[in-house]
Write a protein that binds this ligand. Structure first.
Ligand SMILES: Cc1ncc(COP(=O)(O)O)c(C=O)c1O
Length: 339
């Protein structure tokens, strides 16, 4: 197994290795036969580190950057079932950095990722609010307090969705491009969950840097389409600029469909439960109720409505998240979808 040759601007960055790369690309034979679409998945749920997922790719560069800045601790934020918080806690511990998590009150404030945050030894402040602005303020005052004690905190915004994190997904594109021969057909669409937008933005920047033709469709798990398109556009350009590239997003199209958000972030829809059930039973692949379940619900509906024409080749980026399944287990059973 060889690691992909990346772009020189990415190779030059400080990086703290965490993930088992390359992750496999796998065909989904049962689902392909059922849908008439040639379906593949990029198994980033198998990045391996601390139960895997997309955040391991981001944290490699974020922790690299924190160490290069002489940090002795990291601070980040997210919901109580944040996968990003879990991986940050684990990565910080491995890098010898103390980890402080400022978490919003979510709908599932126990078990799953929150249990793992504790296990990985993070200091956890649970906020009595779900407003992200409260979390940003709490992070700032914690950072000030630590600095006044002579510490050197490195603050990572929600989702690690800043250039130093998103770059992990630009690197993923170079890895995936080396796997195209395995797929054996031109990829018509790459589907991905779009949340805090770092993953989608990194992918767009990678496509620009690698100069490949790969249409991307993001399925929003939280915000409306316009917000997500603006965020991805801005962060892609910021990332290319941060890397020192003269490229911009230019003519590349940012596509996000926000029709599958339902009542909001972290609230599963009937389509999510159905997608989780279908993938586990036909392909033994575990999706999660917050991100990949919504993204797969969107992809399956796009196939049903011929937004993905029959015979197309699609790669679904499986960004992980299955630890949250355990926090949602009761809710999933109550939905009746396991019957
Ligand atoms: C499992 C999973 N998938 C997808 C995403 C979305 O990635 P991003 O926040 O970079 O848009 C996240 C983010 O937390 C995640 O944990």
């Amino acid at each position: 197994v060889t690691e992909a040759a990346l772009h020189p601007l990415i190779d030059a960055l400080p990086r703290f290795r965490l993930a088992a790369l390359p992750t496999p690309v796998e065909h989904l034979p049962m689902l392909s036969a059922e849908t008439g679409v040639n379906l593949w998945t990029k198994r980033d749920d198998l990045t391996g580190f601390a139960l895997g997922g997309n955040k391991a790719r981001k944290l490699e560069f974020l922790v690299g950057d924190a160490l290069a800045h002489g940090a002795d601790c990291v601070i980040t934020t997210g919901g109580s079932q944040s996968n990003h918080a879990r991986i940050t806690a684990a990565a910080a511990g491995k890098a010898g950095l103390e980890c402080f998590l400022v978490l919003d009150t979510g709908r599932h404030p126990s078990g799953g990722n929150l249990f793992l945050d504790n296990l990985f030894g993070a200091h956890i402040e649970l906020l009595d609010s779900a407003d992200p602005r409260v979390a940003v303020e709490a992070m700032r005052s914690l950072s000030d307090k630590l600095e006044s004690q002579g510490r050197k905190p490195y603050s990572i915004p929600r989702g690690g969705s800043v250039p130093a994190g998103a770059v992990g997904y630009a690197a993923m594109i170079f890895e995936l491009a080396q796997q195209f021969p395995e797929i054996g057909a031109p990829v018509d669409y790459l589907y991905v969950a779009t949340g805090s937008c770092g993953t989608h933005s990194g992918i767009m920047a990678g496509i620009a840097l690698a100069a490949i033709d790969l249409p991307v469709r993001g399925i929003s798990v939280s915000h409306p389409e316009r917000t997500q398109v603006e965020r991805v556009t801005t962060l892609t350009n910021d990332l290319l600029n941060w890397l020192g590239s003269s490229l911009t997003l230019g003519g590349l199209q940012v596509v996000v469909d926000a029709a599958y958000v339902g009542e909001g972030y972290g609230v599963p829809t009937a389509g999510v439960w159905e997608a989780i059930r279908r993938l586990s039973r036909s392909e033994a692949i575990l999706l999660d109720p917050v991100y990949t379940g919504k993204a797969m619900a969107g992809l399956l509906d796009h196939i049903d409505r011929d937004v993905v024409p029959p015979g197309s080749t699609v790669v679904f980026v499986h960004t992980g998240g299955s630890p949250a399944l355990f926090a949602y287990a009761d809710e999933m059973e109550q939905s009746g979808c396991l019957a």
